[in-house]
Design a protein around this ligand. Structure first.
Ligand code: FES
Length: 335
């Protein structure tokens, strides 16, 4: 039985999912014979064959644009797994697509910071232009659009990725222009990182194979120049203001033993037995984890922000950050 998880047939196989899945297009190319050798190459990277499942799913996506019923069976056959096991993984991760994708996958971050700065407006505008909703593909097959959770580039918000390459600090107009260019067959340069490929190309890279013809082309495609401007703005401001961070507990051990607030003071008459013991434990800590634990347990360690606020409170009002829906970062009410 060949069934994609998510289809009615697939539900019978996996027992896990009943969301609709489009049938495979009639003109879908089959997975080529050379994929067997590539699968063996992937499997050889791991001590256990089943550990190769994630890159194998990217491999079948690189050939067919999504995880088809044939792709599920291919992975199961190559890895000695059941189709249900493959389906359980393929339906868990959003990077594995369960219906045909467009030439490019456009992901719009609508998580908190990007949403506040316009991510949702960008998504809505692109959805209008393309005539699609989340996880749907434009009628011309050019673009699949999706909401994305935090893309780990909050300092560049609002962020859009195309085939997982970053287009930083977008607004509605720039994102519309980007998508229009993609639909014309252009490949605008990402803000940073490697040049844009397409969804099948990036799937092949995620399977661990180069899509470039030779080493020179691959070298040229890695890591375009980037000024790291938004990432480093805090560092630049600190330098201008002459500010520096205190020693971070758990960081590499400096040449002089230090405590949470700087150099460990010599034991003296002003120290309690507890402080002396904590200083000794901190100086003897050998690993980052031990140093971090010793620093946090030190009696001189700073109180967590929430506790400090609560301790200062007179008990007549809810401390900032304790009320549902508050971050605790706003001003406190004056008594
Ligand atoms: S919230 Fe959008 S990248 Fe983090």
């Amino acid at each position: 039985m060949s069934a994609l998880p998510g289809s009615a047939e697939g539900t019978a196989v996996t027992g896990l999912d009943s969301s609709p899945v489009d049938p495979a297009p009639a003109d879908l190319d089959p997975i080529p014979a050379r994929a067997v050798a590539e699968a063996r190459e992937i499997i050889a990277r791991y001590p256990q064959p089943r550990s190769a499942l994630l890159p194998m799913l990217h491999l079948v996506q690189s050939y067919q644009g999504y995880v088809t019923p044939e792709g599920v069976r291919f992975c199961a056959d190559q890895l000695g797994l059941t189709m249900a096991e493959v389906g359980a993984v393929a339906t868990f991760y959003t990077m594995y697509k369960r219906r045909p994708t467009g030439r490019h996958l456009v992901s719009v971050c609508t998580n908190t910071l990007c949403a506040v700065l316009g991510g949702q407006r960008i998504f809505d505008a692109l959805a209008d232009d393309l005539g699609v909703h989340h996880d749907e593909t434009a009628a011309d097959g050019s673009i699949t659009l999706e909401h994305a959770e935090c893309l780990a580039a909050c300092d560049y918000a609002p962020v859009v990725t195309v085939d997982y390459e970053f287009y930083d600090q977008q607004d509605v107009e720039s994102a519309r222009e980007l998508v229009a260019a993609l639909r014309r067959g252009e490949k605008p340069s990402p803000t940073r990182g490697a040049p844009l490929t397409d969804f099948r190309g990036i799937s092949r890279q995620l399977a661990g194979f180069s899509q470039h013809a030779d080493a020179a082309a691959a070298d040229a495609a890695v890591d375009a120049d980037d000024e790291l401007g938004p990432t480093l703005v805090g560092l630049r401001l600190a330098a201008q203001r002459g500010e520096s961070a205190p020693f971070l507990p758990g960081a590499d051990k400096p040449t002089e033993p230090v405590g949470p607030f700087g150099a460990v003071r010599p034991a003296g008459p002003g120290q309690t037995t507890e402080q002396k013991a904590a200083d000794t434990a901190q100086a003897a800590a050998g690993t980052p984890a031990e140093r971090s634990g010793a620093a946090q347990a030190h009696p001189d360690a700073p109180e967590p922000a929430g506790r400090a606020l609560a301790d200062k409170d007179d008990g007549t009002e809810t401390p900032a950050g304790s009320e549902p829906g508050t971050s605790g970062q706003g001003p406190r009410k004056k008594g």
